[in-house]
Design a protein around this ligand. Structure first.
Ligand code: NAD
Length: 494
């Protein structure tokens, strides 16, 4: 049983409800996870609230030392965490290690917290008067994360929140919950006081309890667009600061002058890495007609070399997260046929290096996808790459800009002018120029536009520090006798 982690110890809570945790490569339920009740969430929030004053008042040096120790422990035990990720999510070991490396970057950023939270000082704004600003923590903050990055997405938030003096209640995905508890234990080992970092598991009940709890000051959410919209509406209605990152449909525009071998490599890596279960996966290749046939041939040739199977066996691509999700993804091939698209590679019955009952779906390529088709419009979140053909650059940018999503996009070209125009014109939050998955490094912030991000605060980087701190501005004068006298007018400067 995967238990909650409250006040520095495993906690069963009062709820009888539990959910299954599968090993997707074996197709079996390997353990169960507690589903918190509202009262269980209350206990976690209370523990976080009790821990807050002492943690807020711990010196920057002390918080930094614990953060550095956490960084060292995490860096030395990545294999252990990668094994957990592969066993519950299914992603292959190399990809699990990559996920941890990107999360570790944010821990390293958190170690440098003082540089981002120093505040500002203006001397003598009026005679003898100074104005300065401080950044202080919010208090208890909530984090709600998706299944597809069980370590990295929590790591986008809790290190910055904790380094800046907040205390945290994390509600990870119920589909692969063990990584969060492992991280919480590790942080305790690094010296984090009990109650500063709590984990509660569960579903909508636990999420709603966090969204409505008066003590929780902010919500950081990552997940699908309908839930992100709901989180934003509900948490802001409850007076909270909210960053809610949603789903995506990421396009890769390939111009005729691009190196088609590099573009084909990129499309395959970004389309099928983590079985397409990445919010920054490329799911639509937008190919200019004159090179589309050649590009599709190069992509399908590369796909024939991919091995789908158990992530512990050195395969390229693992299973999908659940059987239901696998079946839903496979269903899009029927939609493609009915909508007049051509299936170039059909992944429904892959030759698998793994157990027969795993949730398998092989790499799939669909060409001539009409933009009216659900194959194009929906976020499929599986190893399905669509090719949409366009006449040229303008057509391609118009198509990308008409998408409701705006998470990531990429252009492949050797024309600097076209790339520069693209970065200026495209209505997307993260852009790659000959880079298919432009996830910014930790010291730049992560987040999309339109239906890919609700609220105005991106994750990590400078915006992450801003999100987890509130600013105070102080106007100060040290009294001397010349400052006396009555004046009811609004203060002016002299
Ligand atoms: P999801 O929206 O189903 O779940 C995300 C979280 O919300 C989970 O903790 C889940 O328990 C909770 N939740 C689910 N249904 C809920 C409901 N009705 N009410 C309240 N809470 C609910 O997402 P998922 O399937 O776990 O993750 C995949 C999605 O996340 C994809 O859409 C993907 O694009 C998106 N994602 C986005 C980013 C980004 O940075 N924009 C990053 C990773 C994943």
């Amino acid at each position: 049983m995967v238990e909650h982690w409250i006040d520095g110890a495993p906690a069963s809570g009062a709820s009888e409800r539990t959910g299954p945790v599968y090993n997707p490569a074996h197709g079996i339920e390997q353990r169960r996870v507690r589903f918190a009740s509202t009262e269980d969430v209350d206990l976690a929030v209370e523990a976080a609230a009790r821990a807050f004053p002492a943690w807020r008042d711990a010196s920057i040096a002390k918080r930094q030392q614990i953060m550095f120790r956490f960084r060292e422990l995490l860096a030395s035990r990545t294999d252990e965490l990668a094994a957990i990720l592969t066993s519950e999510h299914g992603k292959v070991t190399a990809d699990a290690l990559g996920e941890i490396a990107r999360g570790l970057e944010v821990v390293e950023l958190a170690c440098g917290m003082p540089a981002y939270t120093k505040g500002e000082y203006s001397e003598n704004v009026s005679t003898g008067i100074d104005v300065y600003s401080l950044r202080q923590p919010l208090g208890v903050v909530g984090v709600i994360s998706p299944f597809n990055f069980p370590a990295m997405v929590p790591l986008w938030f809790f290190p910055l929140a904790i380094a800046t003096g907040n205390t945290v209640v994390l509600k990870p995905s119920e589909k692969d919950p063990s990584a969060s508890v492992w991280l919480a234990r590790l942080f305790q080992e690094a010296g984090l006081p009990d109650g500063v970092f709590n984990v509660v598991h569960g579903d909508k009940v636990a999420v709603d309890a966090l969204l409505e709890h008066p003590t929780v000051r902010s919500i950081s959410f990552v997940g699908s667009t309908p839930i992100a919209r709901y989180i934003y509406a509900t948490a802001t209605a409850n007076g909270k600061r909210v960053q809610a990152l949603g789903g995506a449909k990421n396009h890769m525009l390939v111009l005729p002058d691009a190196d088609l071998d590099l573009a084909a490599d990129a499309a395959v890596n970004a389309g099928f890495g983590s079985a397409g279960e990445r919010c920054m996966a490329i799911s639509a290749v937008v190919a200019v007609d004159s090179i589309a046939d050649e590009l599709v041939a190069k992509i399908s040739e590369r796909m024939s070399r991919l091995v789908t199977g158990d992530g512990t066996r050195g395969c390229d691509m693992g299973p999908l997260i659940t059987r239901e999700h696998r079946d839903k993804v496979a269903g899009y091939l029927d939609v493609a046929g009915a909508d007049g698209a051509s299936v170039v590679v059909d992944g429904r019955d892959p030759d698998v290096n793994g157990e027969p009952d795993g949730f398998w779906m092989g790499p799939t390529l669909i060409d001539h996808v009409p933009t009216s088709s659900a194959v194009y419009r929906d976020e499929i979140f599986g190893p399905v790459l669509s090719v949409v053909r366009v006449d040229g650059y303008e057509d391609g940018v118009d198509l990308i800009n008409s998408s409701r999503y705006g998470n990531g996009t990429a252009i492949f070209t050797n024309d600097g002018g076209a790339a520069r125009r693209f970065q200026r014109e495209v209505t997307v939050g993260m852009i790659g120029i000959n880079v298919p998955i432009p996830v910014p490094v930790a010291y730049h912030s992560f987040g999309g536009w339109k239906d890919s991000l609700f609220g105005d605060a991106k994750a990590y980087g400078p915006r992450g520090f801003d999100f987890f701190t509130q600013e105070k501005a102080i106007t100060s004068r040290w009294l001397d006798p010349s400052h006396g006298g009555l004046n009811l007018g609004f203060p002016q400067h002299d």
